[in-house]
Design a protein around this ligand. Structure first.
Ligand code: HEC
Ligand code: HEC
Length: 357
C-alpha cells in the first residue's frame, strides 16, 4: 500500500517535471472568463466602437459635476489645484476651424483638457474609466454621458438644453474645438528631433545618450507659490526656489533643470530679507505661510498689511504668534509657537510690523 502511494507520487512528480520542461506556463493560471474579459474590455475607440448605449443631459451633468467633480476641478472646470483646468482657452472660432488657436499663438498659458482633446471618445472613455479620481468606475454610462455633456456645455460646444447620447455623439465630435489638431510632435522625450515613440527598442548594450533630466516649464513655475518657501521641516524632498530665474525670462532648459535639482533650502533673497527668511524657515513658519502667498495660514505680507494702521500691532502679533489661535483669517488655527526664541520673535515681529518687505 505504502509502496504504491510512493510510486504514484513519483510518477506524478515525473509527469509534472516533463510538463514543466515542455512549457512551464502550461500549469499556471486559467483562461479568463467571458465576464472577466467584458469587465476589462471597456475601451471606446475613436470611431466610438465600444461605446455603451445611454444618454445624459447637461442639467443632469451639472448636478453630478457639483457633487462628484467640482471639489477637485472647480465649479466651472477652472481649478488649477489638483490638475490643469478642464475647461477654458477655446473659442467659437476654434469650434468652426477644428484647431485651437491658443495652442499655437500661446495666448493661454496652460493646455486645458478641452484645448487638447481631439476625440470625444477619449474624454468619455477617460471619465468612464478613471474619474472621479477617488472612486473610479463608479459612474453609470448615463452619468458619464451627462457629465461629458456638462463639460462640453461649459466649453460652449453644446447648448445648455443638450442631451448627449450614443446616437448624437458622432455629430458633437464634429464640433470639438481641437478635432483637427492631432500632432505627432511633441512626443514624450525628444530624441534627436524625433519623439521617442519612434525609437527602436534596445535590450542589450544600449547607448546611454538619452540622459535623464527633469525641468519645470516656465508657465508652471510659481503656479502654487514658491516651492522653497513651503518646505516642511522634515522629509527628504526639498522644493526648489521657483522664483528664480525671474519668470518672464525663459531660461535654457539645462539651467532650469540644474536649478530644479539644486537642494535650495532657503532662497537667498527671494521675497523676504535674507535674515528673516532664515528665521522663518528655521522656525517652521514657511510650512504654513508663504511670504507672498497663502498656504495653510495667510501670506505674511497680507498679515503685515492688515495691521499697518494699528499702533499696537507689534504687541498684538507677538501675543498671537506666541499663543496661537484662530478666527482672524479663518477657522484653521495657528498652533502656539512656544519654541520661538525671544530674539527670533523680535526680529520676525519687527519685520512684520514694518510691512514684511
Ligand atoms: C479627488 C479629486 C478628483 C475628483 C473628485 C475628480 N477628479 Fe478628475 N482628475 C483629478 C486628477 C488628479 C486628474 C489628473 C489625473 C492624472 O493625470 O493621472 C484628473 C483628470 C481628469 C480629466 C483628464 C484631464 C486631462 O486633460 O487629461 C478629466 C476629463 C476629469 N478629471 C474629469 C473628472 C470628472 C468628470 C469628475 C467627476 C465625475 C472628476 N474628474 C472628479 C482629480 C479629480
Ligand atoms: C501649522 C501651521 C502654522 C504654522 C507652523 C505657523 N502658522 Fe502662523 N498662522 C497659521 C494660521 C492657520 C493662521 C491664521 C489664524 C487665524 O485665522 O487667526 C496663522 C496666522 C498667523 C499670523 C497672523 C495672526 C493674526 O491674528 O492675524 C501671524 C503673524 C503668524 N501666523 C505668524 C507665524 C510665525 C512667525 C510662525 C513661525 C514661528 C507661524 N506663524 C507658524 C498657521 C501656522
Amino acid at each position: 500500500m505504502k509502496k504504491s502511494i510512493l510510486a504514484a507520487a513519483a510518477l506524478l512528480g515525473a509527469c509534472l517535471l516533463v510538463q514543466a520542461a515542455d512549457a512551464p506556463w502550461q500549469a499556471i493560471g486559467r483562461p479568463a472568463t467571458p465576464a472577466e474579459i467584458k469587465a476589462w474590455d471597456i475601451d471606446v475607440r475613436a470611431d466610438f466602437q465600444g461605446l455603451p448605449k445611454g444618454r445624459g443631459s447637461v442639467a443632469q451633468g451639472e448636478q453630478i459635476w457639483e457633487n462628484r467633480c467640482a471639489g477637485c476641478h472647480g465649479s466651472f472646470g477652472e481649478s488649477n489645484e489638483v490638475f490643469t483646468p478642464i475647461v477654458g482657452g477655446t473659442t467659437d472660432a476654434d469650434i468652426k476651424s477644428g484647431h485651437v488657436a491658443a495652442l499655437s499663438n500661446g495666448s493661454v498659458p496652460q493646455r486645458t483638457t478641452l484645448m487638447k482633446v481631439a476625440r470625444l471618445s477619449t474624454l468619455w472613455d477617460y471619465i468612464n474609466r478613471a474619474m472621479p479620481w477617488d472612486a473610479p468606475k463608479s459612474l453609470s454610462a448615463d452619468e458619464v454621458y451627462a457629465v461629458t455633456a456638462h463639460i462640453l456645455n461649459l466649453g460652449g460646444v453644446v447648448p445648455s438644453d443638450f442631451v448627449l447620447s450614443n446616437d448624437n455623439i458622432a455629430d458633437v465630435q464634429k464640433r470639438l474645438p481641437n478635432r483637427d489638431g492631432l500632432v505627432r510632435q511633441p512626443g514624450l522625450w525628444d530624441i534627436k528631433g524625433k519623439p521617442d515613440v519612434l525609437n527602436t527598442a534596445c535590450m542589450t548594450n544600449c547607448p546611454t545618450e538619452a540622459k535623464q533630466t527633469s525641468s519645470l516649464p516656465d508657465f508652471a513655475r510659481n503656479a502654487h507659490g514658491n516651492l522653497a518657501e513651503q518646505n516642511r521641516p522634515l522629509g527628504g524632498v526639498r522644493g526648489t526656489d521657483t522664483t528664480r530665474p525671474a519668470r518672464a525670462v525663459l531660461a535654457p532648459a539645462a539651467a532650469v533643470a540644474a536649478a530644479a535639482v539644486a537642494p535650495t533650502v532657503v532662497p537667498a533673497k527671494a521675497a523676504a530679507g535674507s535674515d528673516v527668511q532664515q528665521l522663518l524657515s528655521k522656525n517652521g513658519c514657511l510650512g504654513c505661510h508663504g511670504v507672498t502667498n497663502k498656504i495653510i495660514g495667510p501670506a505674511l505680507r497680507d498679515v503685515a498689511a492688515k495691521y499697518q494702521g494699528r499702533a499696537d500691532r507689534a504687541a498684538y502679533l507677538q501675543t498671537k504668534i506666541r499663543s496661537g489661535g484662530a478666527g482672524a483669517w479663518g477657522a484653521m488655527p495657528m498652533p502656539p509657537q512656544s519654541q520661538l526664541k525671544e530674539a527670533d520673535m523680535q526680529a520676525i515681529v519687527q519685520w512684520l510690523a514694518s510691512g514684511a518687505q
